[in-house]
Design a binder for this molecule. Structure first.
Ligand code: NAD
Ligand code: MG
Length: 298
């Protein structure tokens, strides 16, 4: 894995490209089985004090993009609560141990975002643990490919919308009751909102919903001094894909179709979340920022 120290690095060669031979996993997947391992910034992300004193709740913070956000935020000086599914306790513990060992205040809370009562208690618990709440980062999401609408069950359609859209709605609603002016919300959309794959009918639809939700909520809360933006990644090397997000033959070629000819790494998404959460981006709201390796958003 490359690190950030050389002055110039060719981004096309900075991280591995396809073909990949990582094993298939069952959802929700773990970073431990990713081959090659993903870079979440554990040894490559350096903070610059941009979130000192901030109090952040990061969903999906055990693994993938959420783990990279938690690492970056803690190294930028924020106190962080991460949340994850109970099955992901081991991945979450690694994040808490790593960042706690660096002196950061980090806690993990397990639960299912498809449950409204959990979402409300999560915001309460994060508020108590952090002594306030001024950043909400919604990274958690589920993705299960289906070749045809005939095979897409109501149960799957419902679960994908519950986890990706309802959970985000419930968390935003509860967080906004407590957030002071200057607070920031950062959601996670996807290139799938704009260029949906045939096999991701439900998932792509949730990501399009998140784009509209972000733009609408941003207008609604601008006068309160709260900003709402989203990051829209292209292919990123995480457990989401080999745990049912894509068929394994597509995981093999993951990233081949973007101009950089490789998937992004979670750590390459983190700087956008830091920027959108920080007060430096004070005039930016209602925007969707791509991190796609060269497939620009429309
Ligand atoms: P990931 O599997 O590492 O992270 C997703 C996390 O979502 C899981 O760790 C889990 O904790 C959480 N989650 C899922 N369902 C949940 C539920 N019901 N309750 C609580 N938590 C739940 O994968 P990732 O790729 O880092 O995904 C993070 C986000 O990035 C997702 O929203 C995904 O849609 C988005 N995204 C990923 C890619 C990609 O190529 N990896 C591309 C575009 C967008
Ligand atoms: Mg996970």
């Amino acid at each position: 894995m490359a690190n950030a120290s050389p002055v110039l690095v060719d981004p096309t060669k900075q991280y591995p490209g396809p073909p990949f031979d990582t094993p298939k996993q069952s959802a929700p997947g773990t970073v431990a089985k990713l081959d090659p391992p993903a870079d979440h910034g554990e040894s490559s992300y350096r903070g610059h004090g941009r979130l000192v004193g901030r109090k952040a709740l990061v969903t999906g913070g055990d693994s993938g993009i959420g783990r990279a956000v938690a690492i970056a935020f803690a190294r930028e000086g924020a106190s962080v609560v991460i949340t994850h599914l109970p099955a992901e306790q081991k991945d979450a513990d690694e994040v808490v141990t790593l960042l706690g060992g660096e002196g950061a205040t980090v806690r993990s809370i397990a639960g299912d975002l498809k449950d409204e009562a959990f979402c409300r208690s999560l915001v309460n618990d994060a508020y108590e643990a952090l002594g306030g709440l001024d950043i909400l980062v919604n990274v958690a999401g589920r993705q299960t490919h289906q070749e045809s609408i005939e095979n897409l069950s109501t149960a799957q359609f419902d679960e994908t919308f519950k986890a990706n859209v309802y959970g985000l709605f419930w968390l935003c609603k509860a967080a906004l009751e407590r957030m002071p002016a200057g607070s920031t919300i950062v959601n996670t959309a996807s290139i799938q909102a704009y260029q949906p794959s045939d096999i991701l009918l439900d998932y792509a639809s949730t990501k399009a919903a998140i784009v509209a939700f972000t733009k609408s909520l941003a207008k609604q809360v601008a006068e309160k001094g709260i900003r709402v933006n989203a990051v829209a990644p292209g292919p990123v090397w995480t457990a989401l894909q080999p745990s049912g997000g894509q068929p394994m033959e597509k995981v093999r070629d993951f990233g081949a179709s973007v101009p950089m000819k490789r998937p992004g790494q979670p750590v390459e998404c983190a700087p956008l979340y830091v920027l959108l959460a920080s007060k430096e981006s004070s005039f930016v709201t209602g925007e969707i920022y791509g991190v796609t390796g060269g497939n620009p958003l429309p």
